[in-house]
Design a protein around this ligand. Structure first.
Ligand SMILES: C[S@@+](CC[C@H](N)C(=O)[O-])C[C@H]1O[C@@H](n2cnc3c(N)ncnc32)[C@H](O)[C@@H]1O
Length: 273
């Protein structure tokens, strides 16, 4: 079994998510990060629908079937993540026939414990229509298998609202992560410890590139040959993305507390000013 796991390390597999996951032994990964297709229903028109089209697959399922599929995928992921491990699942609130569909509807039916809901403030909106206030947020669900380690203050201080602009590069893919997002997760959860990370819908390979630059092992899965080829090329040139990784990591620091500044004579007494 150790050999199977060794052979999965630092690979991108082209295949269907469930078929590949079913071949992976229990308790293999320390961490997972993903953004699945959102079931945006291409039959409806609109900016988002026109721009977000994946290579070779249709993002249209009956909502009930979609949710059943996501539950099955999340439960397989639960099996392959180690006890104490975490999975960060990116999704969003959608509306269908006037009804709000919240990801917690299906996440709560999986084996995972929902540890935190993080708001991803993308700051710009795609669908500019006035039926509702422009939706500029997505969600990131921190799911845990057992109890995770406590976050250090330099990570926890980044708060539950993440202001990260969407990715504007990688034009060959409609919905890549900005690299800051997986970097924030990997660095906060694993810090300098080694770890094996899975992204089961890896697209352009952003999670894998982040893992490589942070010296972790990764496994990516995607159904599209075109995206897998793109991700492999990107991994070869990973160093060109290092600067964005450093900028994100530089945000993980704690300054001096007021008491410490006072002791060092750095705190100004405003009453004397
Ligand atoms: C939202 S994108 C992920 C983008 C990725 N986070 C990135 O940074 O590029 C979802 C991906 O899921 C892939 N996908 C869709 N259905 C799949 C399936 N059944 N098995 C594996 N991958 C699938 C698509 O090809 C697409 O690249």
């Amino acid at each position: 079994m150790d050999e199977i796991i060794f052979n999965l390390k630092n690979k991108i597999i082209c295949g269907d998510v469930l078929e590949v996951l079913r071949e992976i032994p229990d308790d293999t990964f320390d961490l997972g990060i993903t953004s699945p297709p959102y079931n945006k229903k291409e039959k409806y028109s609109g900016w988002l629908v026109d721009k977000v089209k994946y290579d070779g697959i249709s993002d249209i399922k009956n909502e009930e079937d979609y949710q059943k599929w996501q539950i099955e995928v999340l439960n397989e992921l639960y099996r392959v993540v180690k006890p104490g491990g975490s999975f960060f699942y990116n999704h969003k609130i959608r509306y269908e026939n006037g009804k709000l569909i919240h990801p917690i509807e299906w996440i709560s039916k999986t084996r995972w414990t929902l540890w935190q809901e993080i708001i991803w403030n993308r700051k710009i909106a795609g669908n500019i229509r006035g039926w509702r206030f422009w939706q500029i947020d997505e969600r990131i669900y921190w799911l845990v298998k057992g109890k995770p380690d406590e976050l250090k203050p330099e990570h926890a201080k980044l708060t539950s609202i993440w202001e990260i602009r969407p990715e504007s590069g990688h034009k060959d893919h409609p919905a890549p992560f900005p690299i800051e997002l997986p970097v924030r997760i990997i660095y906060s959860i694993l810090e300098d410890r080694p770890g094996f990370i899975i992204d089961p819908f890896c697209g352009t390979g952003t999670t894998c590139v982040a893992a490589k630059l942070l010296e972790k092992d990764y496994l990516g899965i995607d159904i599209s040959e075109k995206y897998v080829e793109y991700a492999l090329k990107r991994l070869e040139n990973a160093e060109s993305e290092r600067i964005r990784v450093i900028k994100e990591i530089n945000q993980h620091f704690v300054g001096l507390t007021f008491q410490e500044r006072k002791l060092l004579g750095l705190a100004k007494d405003r009453r004397k000013q």
